[in-house]
Design a protein around this ligand. Structure first.
Ligand code: SAH
Ligand code: SF4
Ligand code: F3S
Length: 442
């Protein structure tokens, strides 16, 4: 079949899409870039907020119409597929294949079953997905999922329902996958999981996350990054592993969600402001150059102006380099949807605006400190307007250099000349300097 795959949501879904695509190719199907050429449309969906769900609903409506005009099969996969909400949508829009995130390797049997039995549903959390190793991606940055699911119960979050309980992949599978990526020329590996810090926790024979970081780094891959960390188990040994291992980047994404203890309690986040700030203090002491980012949610039910001020003051204390900022979205099936009353939209939007202003201020301050200094940048592609080549520093800044200075994709030493809240601009250092060993992140 000619298949077209659309991905919504987080990097874990992007990783899963890579698996889906490679399964389709292995099964003799053709991947097409235009949906109009497709006989099979695969939607790898996200349900974390209302917006990505709305997008899928709109598309399912269009595809149902398209199905009346020509032969077309539709596969609803990913997080939405696992939820009652997704199952109801599948019925309403005559979806042919319904596969949850724990059963993505069922895509080939599902296509076969279409011919014999029509509709196909698989919502299992399959163990074989943990040992499955997809072919290395043909990209400079490669995602590598080290664990699936989530054992936390943040009251706003649908992920534990959509992705099931937390399971760690065996270390051999992870290292073999990392090794295959390194051999294929991948320059940067992102270790992925909802809470990577609890990798292997309580499992005899499994390394801790800090040990796993060192093992992956030992494959010789130039850069190792990871996401997402959870403040509950972001332990000192992880900070030490980053400090000791040059190719583990000192870029740390540590979602805080709120600066108010009252809100954190209602969210059922298992740490408080003081503990979060203590982790940040330890990071800053041991990794003075570390770049910090976070996830923050505004407008959680019951959030007062005072609670929001606590979030702003935490931002000022930490001085994050960047942040993903979200407006609370009530998700059916979550405890906060069931038990709490949503705040008026105007209040939530206004708080987000104020938070974005604060973020811009600190991002500008934090980015400014790199002006005049050298960073190692993985240059990946020309910018949309073609004038620049865009890449990411070891510390995960977006960095742009004039396109004519770049002879090919890869790692370059770049001197930073200008900073904005969103990006750094610089020049590739002279050929003579390039012969010097490159500075590593830590
Ligand atoms: N496991 C990670 C992140 C998972 S989802 C963690 O615990 O940090 C990514 C981000 O989406 C979350 O950090 C949170 O800020 C946001 N998010 C999750 N559910 C949400 C909801 N119902 N409304 C708005 N944002 C949400
Ligand atoms: Fe969702 Fe909380 Fe799990 Fe993160 S830790 S995925 S926010 S339930
Ligand atoms: Fe969305 Fe599922 Fe990721 S809900 S954010 S795709 S884990």
């Amino acid at each position: 079949m000619r298949a077209h795959v659309i991905t919504y949501g987080c990097q874990m879904n992007e990783y899963d899409t890579h698996t889906i695509l490679s399964e389709l190719v292995a099964g003799g199907h053709e991947i097409v870039t235009s949906p109009h050429d497709a006989e099979l449309m695969v939607l790898n969906t996200c349900a974390v907020r209302g917006k990505p769900v709305e997008k899928v609903v709109t598309l399912l409506g269009e595809l149902r119409k398209e199905k009346q005009r020509r032969p077309l099969a539709v596969a609803l996969m990913g997080c939405l597929a696992q939820l009652e909400e997704g199952q109801a949508l599948a019925k309403k829009f005559a979806v042919d294949i319904l596969i949850g995130p724990g059963a993505i390797t069922d895509i080939l049997p599902a296509i076969e079953a279409l011919e014999t039995q029509g509709r196909y549903t698989s919502l299992a959390f399959k163990g074989d997905l943990l040992t499955h190793i997809p072919p290395a991606p043909a990209t400079l940055t490669g995602f590598l999922t080290i664990m699936r699911g989530c054992n936390h119960r943040c009251t706003y979050c649908i992920v534990p329902t959509s992705r099931g309980p937390e399971v760690s992949r065996p270390v051999e599978a992870i290292l073999n996958e990392a090794e295959a990526m390194r051999s294929a020329g991948v320059q940067e590996i992102y270790l992925l999981g909802q809470n990577v810090n609890s990798y292997g926790l309580g499992l005899p024979g499994y390394p801790s996350f800090a040990e796993l970081l060192k093992l992956v780094a030992a494959t010789g891959i130039p850069r190792v990054k990871f996401t997402t960390s959870h403040p509950m188990n972001f332990t000192s040994d992880i900070i030490d592993a980053i400090a000791e291992t040059p190719n583990v980047c000192d870029f740390i994404h540590l979602p805080v969600q709120s600066g108010s203890d009252r809100v954190l309690r209602r969210m059922a986040r298992e740490y408080r402001r003081e503990r979060y700030l203590a982790i940040i203090a330890e990071i800053k002491a041991k990794l003075p150059e570390a770049v910090l980012s976070t996830d923050i949610m505004v407008g959680f039910p019951g959030e007062t102006e005072e609670d929001f001020q606590a979030t702003l003051s935490l931002y000022d204390e930490v001085q994050f380099d960047s942040a993903y900022m979200f407006i609370y979205s009530a998700r059916p099936g979550t405890p906060s949807y069931q038990h709490f009353t949503d705040l008026p939209k105007a209040i939530k939007t206004e708080r987000l605006q104020r938070l974005i202003e604060r973020q811009k201020y600190w991002s500008q301050q934090r980015n400014q400190r790199w002006v005049g200094r050298e960073l190692r940048v993985l240059l990946k592609q020309p910018s949309d307007d073609g004038g620049y080549n865009v890449g990411h520093s070891d510390q995960n800044h977006t960095v742009l250099v004039p396109n004519e200075q770049v002879t090919g994709v890869g790692l370059y030493p770049v001197v930073i000349e200008q900073a904005t809240p969103h990006a750094l601009y610089g020049s590739v250092v002279s050929a003579e300097r390039q012969r010097l060993p490159l500075l590593m992140a830590s």
